[in-house]
Design a protein around this ligand. Structure first.
Ligand code: AHR
Length: 644
């Protein structure tokens, strides 16, 4: 029997408990969350880690003070980079006599030097030469929808033709088209709204030139008119909604390892992610593809505001990723990095008297954004980091007392060297057994020094691309976090999103393709915890024979709804009978039960059966002071019982 004791409530469970972690990995931003449909829109995709050179299989970072080299191992080789010049672009087969090349002459913008040059000798049999973009594994369009088109063209004197933009289906039907005259010398911007007459997830965008001569093309962008909350330069509706449906307390951005960069020079520079997307240089991110940074700092803050989440910005502290290069800046440079963080905070919450607060206002957002957390570094451990952290903290905390500054260290030796710290950030990517064995890991951790933010965790070993066994082990571990919510006050599963055509990391919470967005079983575990977060813990006392096997039970109280919330994780292949005794004054028989279950631990959702494992809610009328419930095998169950 499990007795729920109301006399001595346990720790409060803060609103901040369940958030999300965004990083540009697995094409989670470009090609998933970020609504841009044109891939390699600025012809910059081949530009490898900026500021680095590659020689004989090594990446060199000459600008780094200690000039560390990094073996290419899992990085693309320079000869592949050449091929990437044309990523997603080609000339149509009926192109006539024409050649094309990515060049850096006649720059449209200094930060984005490359463009596509097309030399046309003779147009093809349809009277045009067509430059085709295949998008991110197709350009998805829907019948009757509108799309914002923007692109730039420059022509040679000899070129006397125009340019026609077309959305073309995979079976060569024109779904939308618009002809433009090229009048100006120099770069000319073209914009239009295209309305499509058909649906195709694998359409393409074509720019068709109809005369001999030379043209240059740059920054070709096509956005669905309908983005999440109709924001300009916005997010794909279905993907953003899937995140909103988690009701996350906070969003972390921009990562992850990309914060650190493969070298210092390769780190995310948030200032370069602001403004007109045409001017954003993007970066070759250390997950080995070039990002546009279209989902930049401002868009991230806006998304937080839109879904009422708090914002967590992760900043580089002068250290790059130890797995790649591990270079660091000279101590004399640290003030520059500290100032950069001050600017980021001012951009988010500063008023018009601050330089960067004024820039936010100029960008059209007068109110402050909900920035609440700044993490200093990502997975930067060791002596150098702890010294740097203290230096940064001592400047930043007095200036911004309202911000919680998170240290990137986990549990371990480093703790002993830490000075003042608001919060630490342990990460776990482990086997399911680890999570089951460590459901009580936090019970005996020292209190009072700092809070814990479990910033990245997932069961990602021996579970393929993730399955119910993984999800239930995470749920079991989460019961330990929730029960210890006086210590663990925040958490985020990672990574968040994968475009199904590009897997950089073995397990990810949400899978996206051009037609669908699906949550893995881990998604529904996160959602059930987030949507059933009680205000306070209640003690669960086990009387008689203890529950055996992979089973975890926690309980809490939701004051607003007047409900006892019990969560039971059953990782066993057998059903489980549990007897509960509620030591409450009054108990209503009618309540709700939400169950996430699978026939086997190996089961997982798929694009074919996306809701194989998804929460099923029933209303239940047999709750009583003492009741027995039969929990399904391989399940996470939430009981919600009206009690007072
Ligand atoms: O989530 C994937 C990676 O795992 C993150 O970028 C990094 O912080 C961790 O090592």
């Amino acid at each position: 029997t499990l007795k729920i004791d109301y006399s001595r409530p346990g720790p409060e469970i803060p609103k901040s408990m369940y958030g999300i972690f965004f990083e540009e990995i697995n094409h989670s931003g470009d090609g998933a969350l970020y609504a841009e449909l044109i891939r390699n829109r600025g012809f910059e995709e081949h530009v490898f880690i900026s500021g680095c050179e590659y020689k004989a299989g090594f990446v060199y970072a000459p600008q780094s003070p200690n000039y560390i080299t990094n073996k290419l191992s899992n990085w693309r080789h320079p000869w592949d980079i050449e091929k990437l010049k044309y990523t997603a672009w080609k000339l149509n087969k009926n192109a006539g006599e024409a050649s094309y090349a990515v060049v850096d002459e006649n720059r449209l913008h200094p930060a984005t030097p490359h463009s596509m040059r097309i030399d046309i000798e003779k147009t093809g049999k349809e009277g045009t030469v067509d430059l085709v973009n295949e998008g991110y594994w197709g350009v998805p369009v829907e019948k009757g929808e509108k799309y914002d088109l923007r692109f730039y063209v420059r022509k040679s004197e000899k070129y006397k033709g125009g340019v026609t933009a077309r959305i073309v289906s995979s079976d060569d039907k024109i779904l939308a088209e618009k002809k433009f005259q090229i009048e100006k010398e120099g770069w000319q911007e073209f914009t239009s709204v295209l309305k499509t007459s058909g649906t195709d997830s694998k359409a393409s965008l074509q720019l068709c030139f109809d005369a001999p001569g030379t043209v240059w093309v740059d920054y070709v962008s096509l956005f669905p008119k309908k983005t999440f909350r109709n924001r300009e330069n916005g997010l794909r509706r279905d993907v953003a909604q899937k995140l909103a449906d988690l009701k996350p307390a906070f969003i972390r951005w921009p990562g992850g390892c990309i914060v650190e960069g493969a070298t210092i020079e390769n780190r995310v520079k948030w200032k370069e992610t602001l403004g007109d997307p045409m001017t954003r240089r993007g970066e070759w991110d250390l997950w080995n593809y070039r990002t546009t940074m279209g989902f930049g700092y401002h868009e991230f803050l806006q998304f937080c505001e839109d879904i009422e989440a708090e914002a967590m910005f992760v900043a580089n502290v002068g250290l790059s990723c130890r797995f790649r290069n591990g270079d660091y800046v000279d101590e004399s440079q640290l003030p520059v990095y500290i100032q950069d963080i001050c600017d980021a905070i001012d951009y988010a919450i500063g008023d018009g008297t601050t330089e960067w607060g004024a820039k936010r206002m100029k960008a059209g957002h007068s109110k402050p954004f909900p920035l609440k957390y700044v993490e200093l570094g990502n997975e930067n451990w060791g002596v150098r980091y702890t010294e740097i952290y203290t230096k940064f903290y001592n400047v930043l905390k007095p200036k911004y007392p309202q911000i919680e500054f998170i240290s990137s260290i986990g549990f371990g030796d480093d703790e002993t060297r830490l000075g003042e710290v608001d919060m630490i950030d342990p990460h776990w990517y482990v086997k399911s057994d680890f999570f089951w064995k460590n459901t009580h890991l936090f019970d005996n951790k020292e209190r009072g020094k700092y809070k814990v933010y479990v910033g990245e965790y997932a069961c990602n070993q021996e579970v393929g691309s993730g399955n119910m066994e993984a999800a239930l082990s995470e749920a079991a571990f989460m019961t330990g976090m929730e029960r210890n919510s006086d210590l663990v006050t925040m958490s985020s599963y990672a990574p968040l999103i994968e475009n199904s055509n590009r897997r950089d990391w073995c397990t990810n919470m949400i899978w996206v393709n051009n037609e669908q967005v699906i949550g893995r079983s881990s998604y529904y575990v996160q959602q059930l915890f987030s949507q059933n977060r009680p205000d306070t813990n209640l003690k669960v006392l086990s009387v008689g024979e203890p529950v055996q096997g992979k089973v975890e039970v926690i309980a809490g109280y939701d004051y607003q709804k007047g409900e006892t919330v019990i969560k039971v994780v059953n990782g066993e292949s057998e059903k489980l009978d549990l007897i509960f005794e509620l030591l409450a004054t009054s108990i209503r028989a009618k309540g709700r039960i939400i169950t996430l279950s699978a026939a086997s631990g190996k089961d997982e959702n798929s694009f074919e059966i996306p809701l194989l494992i998804s929460p099923q809610e029933i209303s239940y009328d047999k709750f009583a002071r003492e009741f027995t419930y039969n929990f399904k095998p391989y399940s996470l169950t939430v009981l919600r019982i009206k009690t007072s």
